[in-house]
Design a protein. Sequence first.
Length: 223
Amino acid sequence: MPLHLPTQGQTMLQLFGYWRSSASYRVRIVMQLKGLDYEQHPINLRQGEQREKAYRRINPQGLVPFLVDGEVQVGQSVAIMEYLDETYPAHPLMPSAPLERARVRQIVNMIACDIHPLNNLRVLNYLGEHFRAGKEQEAAWYRHWIDETFSALEQLLMTTAGIYCVGNEVTLADCMLVPQVYNARRFDMTLDDYPTINRIVANCEQLQAFIKAAPANQPDAQV
């Protein structure tokens, strides 16, 4: 199936992603919160489109998400989120106080560095292909690494949270947390031990930006 790639000269923001990719989900939330118009270019990870030459010419790393903003090209979800927040200042997603900004970064990194790399699709595929891990073993691996971080994150959020992760305004931390909980639910995790996380996510999921960015509401969503 040929990739639908942007034509030369397009000026609208271009986002390459996959509907169920939590990293793509994070970026979509930021773009919705900021009210940005953008065109989506689905890259089907399950069908291996990220490895096709046409996409590798745009993003040599072959991952999603990937942002094209005119002449600017940015990969890696956290870098994209920060770029958007700094370039499009409407609805800022970082607090002004240094300590609160540090707390947001701490939460972002707990998810982006301590959970996501271990549970990435590439890692799960490698476990199956090279260590003969079955689906149940992969799911147990996945749940273990979420629990490992969520147990600490729950304690941290008990000291930082208001309505959202850090106080009463949505920040990049919330944009990270909601997709990670989405992934936990996909793997049938019991999240009863994390009442603060559950409360924050429930608050976020009432906002239109989070609803519009949700995987089920994307043009490439599959049953």
